[in-house]
Design a protein. Structure first.
Length: 111
């Protein structure tokens, strides 16, 4: 399967996307802990990163079957990049960061 060029590209992009998601989630959790010094808020922010996978997987996974897969993956990754870029805005409140995190990790993009 690694001899197929398209599969290698798809596999590499999925690995990079998943790795970037996890790094962003850990970085955001550390930022929230640094700002608030609250382990509870940091843990809640980390847990909130998994909520979209559950909800998105349940309610939006059908889009992966109905829409073109490549365009869907690219669109989800572009939206995800924009949301992470919005998290870089200085002095964004903690609630705003968590709010940006929720749609960032969408289960619909995984096909």
């Amino acid at each position: 399967m690694f001899t197929v060029r398209e599969f290698r590209a798809l596999w590499a992009s999925q690995i990079l996307s998943e790795g970037g998601d996890r790094l962003a989630l850990v970085a955001l959790t550390l930022l929230i802990y640094d700002r608030t010094r609250s382990p509870l808020l940091a843990a809640l922010a980390y847990a909130a990163g998994y909520l979209p996978w559950i909800v998105g997987g349940l309610f939006f996974s059908g889009f992966g079957d109905r829409l073109p897969r490549r365009e869907m993956m690219v669109a989800c990754d572009v939206i995800r990049a924009l949301l992470v870029a919005a998290m870089l805005i200085p002095r964004t409140p903690v609630a705003g960061l968590v709010g940006l995190l929720l749609p960032d990790h969408d289960g619909a993009g995984a096909v």
